[in-house]
Design a binder for this molecule. Structure first.
Ligand SMILES: Cc1ncc(COP(=O)(O)O)c(C=O)c1O
Length: 365
């Protein structure tokens, strides 16, 4: 049996007829840029997430950039974010000339720890950008309350958590602006790059729609500086075909995640779902000692693994200028040494999962 880390081919086979038909419809009408599928997909996103506005964009990183630009983040500003994640958020903050201000994670959820948030707020704080790592939402009730007290907007980085929920609301609709990614390996993936921004604020929605197309409000008239941040019509078509079965895929992810937890809970530190959260397991990530040896053994046994993420952002060479030495964020650093993600996708069979679990137990000795 070949075990895939993520099995996109199985999903394609399952939905092939509709995906092929929708791609061919785009080839036939030829509106590759901002064709009708883009708005149709946005409407589906609005219905799914319950947000007033969903705006399809070119990728998850651009979603974060557009959100930051809409909030006028620029030189001299500070944006608070997590040090334990993919580089996109800190990268886009820095690209705009602002400073990423890291707040250590809560070691249970791996998300920005609201208890440490208020101490990091200064008069220059322009936004707070928590990340829903591995598909579990940060604590927006606590974060939004602190943000509201200081009049600061919150950008939800939901790149890994599309489909997740918190206290009866969907991820992407938990704060001022939600941003997600449709990178192929994400819970809702397209067949290239894609992303979306969400908001309930009409003025911010208008601004983000304009920023997405070079700050344009009508053809060749540019009140704002923007970017080329459009979602491709073909990618919208692919996701229109995928959305109807997405709730079933989310249910499968939850079932597979819960089964992993039950089977591995006595040999490794498994994910903990905090009260009020519905986890979508964008990644299924455990903690182990001697990670490199465990990974090497699993590779030998035919089980692919990955590390999300080995080096916290404050220790990345690109952020050396921030002068944040090792030891600055002990929980992020400890997680970076210990986390390991296992194969996770909605088409993982119990047989494959049993083989993975047996291999993990063998590798842990
Ligand atoms: C937490 C997080 N934020 C942002 C991104 C960026 O998304 P994209 O790869 O679509 O630009 C990713 C995806 O890799 C991510 O995992």
């Amino acid at each position: 049996m070949t075990i895939q880390f993520i099995d996109l081919k199985a999903q394609y086979q399952h939905l092939k007829a509709d995906i092929d038909a929708r791609i061919h419809a785009v080839l036939d009408h030829g509106q590759y840029i901002m064709g009708p599928e883009v708005r149709a997909f946005e409407e589906q996103l609005e219905a799914y997430c319950g947000a007033r506005h969903a705006i399809g964009v070119s990728d998850g990183t651009k979603a974060l950039l557009i959100a930051l630009m809409a909030l006028d983040v620029g030189a001299g500003d500070e944006v608070i974010t997590s040090p334990f994640t993919f580089i996109s958020n800190a990268e886009m903050i820095a690209l705009l000339g602002a400073t990423p201000v890291f707040v250590d994670i809560d070691p249970v959820s791996y998300n920005l720890d609201p208890k440490r948030l208020e101490a990091a707020i200064t008069p220059r704080t322009r936004a707070i950008m928590p990340v829903n790592l591995y598909g579990q939402c940060a604590d927006y009730e606590a974060i939004n309350a602190i943000a509201a007290k200081h009049g600061i907007p919150v950008i939800e980085d939901a790149a890994q958590s599309f489909g997740a929920g918190q206290r009866g609301k969907k991820s992407c609709n938990l704060s001022t602006i939600g941003c997600t990614s449709f990178f192929p390996s994400k819970p809702l993936g397209c067949y290239g790059d894609g992303g979306a921004v969400f908001t309930n604020d009409d003025a911010l929605a208008k601004k983000m729609r304009e920023i997405r197309v070079h700050g344009q409000d009508r053809r060749y008239h540019h009140p704002l500086i923007g970017v080329n941040g459009r979602l491709d019509t073909i990618q919208a078509a692919v996701m229109l075909a995928k959305l109807p079965s997405f709730p079933d895929e989310v249910a499968a992810r939850e079932r597979i995640g819960a089964r992993y937890n039950a089977l591995l809970g006595d040999v490794a530190r498994v994910p903990v779902i905090l009260p009020g959260n519905q986890h979508v397991y964008g990644q299924y990530t455990i903690e182990v000692d001697n990670r490199e040896a465990v990974q090497a053994k699993l590779k030998e046994l035919g089980v692919p693994t990955a590390v999300h993420y080995p080096i916290p952002l404050h220790l990345q060479p690109a952020f050396a200028h921030l002068g944040l030495a090792a030891g600055s964020f002990p929980h992020a650093e400890a997680a970076g040494r210990r986390v390991m993600s296992l194969p996770m996708h909605p088409f993982l069979t119990e047989e494959a999962q049993d083989a993975i679990v047996a291999a993990v137990k063998q590798a842990l000795g």
